[in-house]
Design a protein around this ligand. Structure first.
Ligand SMILES: Cc1ncc(COP(=O)(O)O)c(C=O)c1O
Length: 440
């Protein structure tokens, strides 16, 4: 990899200007605009690396926000996709790979008896909510503040980036819309993560009207693991109130181990949403879970979609799953992530900077937050963390050839090597040194 510093962004800037005349802001997802010093325009990628149109090379820890758990352009996926393209791109009818994929998913996801396939994570979340509403005959959905479940209107409230509710709010929290004009969300309730007593109060008030409780079992915003026993309590409470428990494992799926967060923590939802790494770079998503709830898809809550079970995407997912099932796949990623997390914590100490590191499987979060701060929920995360410094850290890393999202979530892939971790830590050392210098 090119370890010399990255300085020229002339072509990226010029291309963003050109694109901006026909694509508002020049980016096709608002999530890509936060990159500093400027959003980059990429030319090619391979393994753990990407190259931009100025010729700068980056060691990639953003992984396209999650899908690239096998790295860029993994050979087994390319071969499977190419073979399927030769056989047929789209049939608008059943084909064998979709059932094979569903069989493989019921093998590896402990709570999965059946599977419905969609294209994006947002769509699969939407499908899961529909099935839950049809199965229970109830309308309300309960979600947690600071978790993300896609951009569709039913659920696009109180996600990462929204203002947290006041600390004194102790029943449901006021939903904060992601998008102008969404309105007051009468069918949505918002609760605090990691707060069993708060959840009990919400369920005492509304339990019999709630169709589904949806959560990221480890919310990506902050990588805030569930407190010991919390998931068990949520499972127990939802069962008692007849509420469908949905784990949104769009990020944690395959990344916290082959069977995701549910396998790691031993708590099993009624429905699981999968996306991102499922297709290893090709768009495909799934709702997996209880057979009777998913049976709603064929009757009261019809599941439709022109691209559902797309043959090329199903081929990619089958090939990716074979890679994820290889012995030692997740242990190796855990070890790499552990080394990175430890190294970053140690570097923070050496530089006298308040770096706190969270790790869950192949996810590592660095936060600039005073050590010892209690960080169990979104409001605490927002009030304690220095997001400007996090963005500055990502920028310093980018200038040294390491690509990390501004919110500082490091994602590990099978393409990363031990040497890559060494390089990343060397660059982090220099980047933190620069931040330290900026303080004086
Ligand atoms: C946990 C979670 N759920 C759902 C989604 C939505 O997935 P998509 O962007 O594929 O619609 C995302 C995307 O970032 C996610 O992180």
């Amino acid at each position: 990899m090119n370890r010399t510093s990255v300085t020229a962004f002339t072509k990226s800037r010029a291309w963003m200007d050109r694109a901006g005349t026909v694509i508002p802001t020049g980016a096709t997802s608002a999530a890509r605009l936060g990159v500093r010093p400027t959003p980059l325009v990429m030319a090619e990628s391979d393994g753990a690396r990407m190259r931009d149109i100025d010729g700068n090379s980056y060691l990639d820890f953003a992984l396209a926000n999650g899908p690239l758990l096998l790295g860029h352009r993994p050979q087994p996926v390319i071969e499977a996709v190419t073979a399927q393209m030769q056989a047929g791109m789209l049939y608008g009818a059943q084909h064998r790979l979709e059932a094979k994929l569903a069989e493989a998913l019921t093998d590896v996801i402990p709570s999965a008896q059946a599977v419905c396939l969609s294209t994006t994570g947002s769509e699969a979340v939407h499908a899961a909510l529909r099935f839950a509403r049809a199965a229970t005959g109830r309308r309300l959905v309960l979600r947690f503040e600071g978790h993300y479940h896609g951009w569709l209107s039913d659920i696009a409230y109180s996600g990462p980036g929204s203002a947290p509710a006041a600390p004194e709010a102790d029943r449901t929290l006021p939903p904060v819309a992601l998008s102008a004009g969404l309105g007051a969300a009468p069918d949505l309730l918002v609760a605090r993560w990691n707060d069993t007593a708060g959840l009990e109060r919400v369920l005492a008030d509304h339990g019999s009207q709630i169709a589904a409780l949806i959560m990221e079992p480890v919310p990506l915003a902050g990588v805030l693991e569930p407190a010991p026993g919390y998931l068990e309590q949520v499972r127990d409470l939802t069962r008692r109130h007849g509420i469908v428990l949905i784990f949104d494992e769009v990020v944690t799926g395959f990344r916290l181990g082959l069977s995701g967060a549910q396998g790691r923590y031993g708590v099993f939802p009624d429905l699981t949403v999968l996306g991102k790494a499922l297709g290893a770079g090709i768009p495909i998503s799934a709702v997996a879970g209880d057979h009777d709830i998913l049976a709603m898809a064929t009757g009261p809550a019809p599941h439709m979609g022109t691209f559902n079970g797309h043959p090329v995407a199903a081929a990619a997912a089958c090939a990716a799953l074979e890679c994820y099932r290889e012995p030692g796949f997740d242990t190796r990623l855990d070890e790499l992530a552990g080394r990175l997390a430890q190294g970053l914590t140690e570097l923070g100490r050496q530089h006298g900077l308040p770096v706190v590191t969270h790790q869950a499987g192949a996810l590592v979060q660095t936060l600039f937050v005073p050590r010892g701060t209690e960080l169990s929920d979104y409001a605490a995360l927002v009030s304690a963390t220095d997001r400007d410094r996090a963005a500055a850290f990502a920028e310093e890393l980018l200038r040294r050839g390491v690509y990390l999202p501004p919110r500082n979530t490091w994602m590990l892939s099978a393409a990363h090597t031990d040497d890559d971790i060494t390089t990343a830590l060397e660059c982090a050392d220099a980047a933190l040194g620069q931040l330290e210098e900026n303080l004086v």
